[in-house]
Design a binder for this molecule. Structure first.
Ligand code: XIL
Length: 354
């Protein structure tokens, strides 16, 4: 025990010294990015990727590859993208994202197998018996998880089952199959790839409150039934006007750890009510900083993904009119205070490890 502690301290001291020397030699060496620091801290740092931008914008692709070590396809692995017709699967878009990730030595986080949005018309307007819909979903999960087996390490298996009041959301899937579709989806995904990390993913349940409690109870039930769920994705779509308390997020991570579950930050962004001011950019940086710190301090949080990375491409302006600038690089792909805040948290000299 004592010896372990001494070794740990020695390693930390050496890393701090190395970091101090690097910083002294060059305050921002070209090769130091979020991913190089994250690798030293044993945490993954990811971004969702816009498939069109990846094809058409070389600067975007280059910055993505050098800054992150995990990729989530923003839309390319949703049901409507992968299964656009009743007898048709379309893997080219998802494959392009996976190919890019492999070329850049990044992991892929699959998003999303079972969700109530972005479902194709042929599916939602069909007349399905319960047995047919169950078989259809089983076939879909086997086909998709099987296609990406070994290449996609983690999956958002089920997303957004809890509504904003903490009740079960009534959706196409819950109404068509019945509430056991959640457990079944995890079971099927596990059979299709026994090595994959399988997550339940939701928004608005990061800290305390009714929704977070309902998510906790859902997971508690799944774990008690022996369902193969490995962890929870906390989406972390936040705003400078309304961000969760770090202490509440930390407490939530700890209680999920008590169920034996990992926590992944799966979709973080911090929208700014327009106009953007330097005070709001600093406030945004503070929220990124505190959420990454909270993840690092938790025993079960070793993955931190942003929903995009540059304000050049972000879902926020069209989904939350009057808001924008939610990411860590600006529209010119220049780092914002939020980028520097994340770098700061990850740099060994500033971690305050004890
Ligand atoms: C969003 C994408 O960013 C948009 O491009 C798309 O039009 C709608 O979906 N939670 C999720 C993501 O789990 O899939 C959503 O992505 C954002 C909210």
């Amino acid at each position: 025990m004592q010896l372990n502690r001494a070794i740990r301290w020695f390693v930390i001291a050496m890393l701090a010294l190395q970091n101090a020397l690097v910083m002294a030699a060059d305050p921002l060496p070209e090769t130091t990015t979020l991913r190089t620091l994250a690798e030293m801290r044993d945490i993954q740092i990811g971004a969702s990727v816009d498939e069109d931008a990846l094809r058409s914008d070389a600067d975007y692709a280059a910055l993505l590859g050098k800054t992150f070590d995990s990729l989530t396809p923003e839309n390319s692995m949703k049901f409507d993208a992968l299964h656009p017709g009743p007898f048709r699967y379309a893997f080219a878009g998802g494959d392009a994202v996976v190919d890019f990730a492999e070329r850049h030595n990044m992991q892929v986080h699959g998003h999303v197998l079972v969700w109530h949005e972005q479902l194709p018309k042929w599916l939602t307007s069909g007349h399905w018996s319960q047995a047919q819909l169950r078989e259809l979903l089983r076939e879909y999960i086997f086909r998709v998880v099987g296609h990406y087996r070994g290449r996609v390490k983690t999956w958002d298996v089920v997303s957004e089952v809890i509504d904003d009041d903490g009740g079960m959301r009534q959706t196409f899937w819950s109404q068509g199959i019945g509430s056991d579709y959640v457990a079944l989806a995890f079971q099927w995904a596990h059979e299709a790839d026994p090595d994959a990390v399988l997550l339940y993913n939701d928004y608005g349940g990061e800290g305390g409150g009714r929704k977070s409690d309902a998510i906790f109870r859902l997971l508690q039930g799944l774990v008690a039934q022996g369902v193969p769920v490995s962890g929870v994705g906390l989406q972390m779509h936040t705003s400078v006007a309304d961000a969760p308390e770090a202490s509440a997020v930390g407490a939530n991570m700890a209680r999920l750890n008590g169920l034996g579950l990992k926590v992944y930050i799966t979709e973080m962004d911090v929208m700014i009510p327009l106009p953007v001011t330097s005070a709001k950019l600093e406030a945004q940086a503070g929220i990124y900083r505190s959420m990454l710190r909270t993840c690092l301090a938790a025993e079960n949080c070793r993955h931190f993904t942003l929903w995009g990375f540059t304000d050049r491409y972000s879902w926020i302006p069209s989904f939350f009119p009057g808001n924008g600038a939610a990411l860590i690089f600006d529209k010119q792909l220049q780092p914002k205070p939020s980028y520097r805040a994340l770098m700061d948290v990850l740099s060994v000299a500033n971690t305050g490890i004890h």
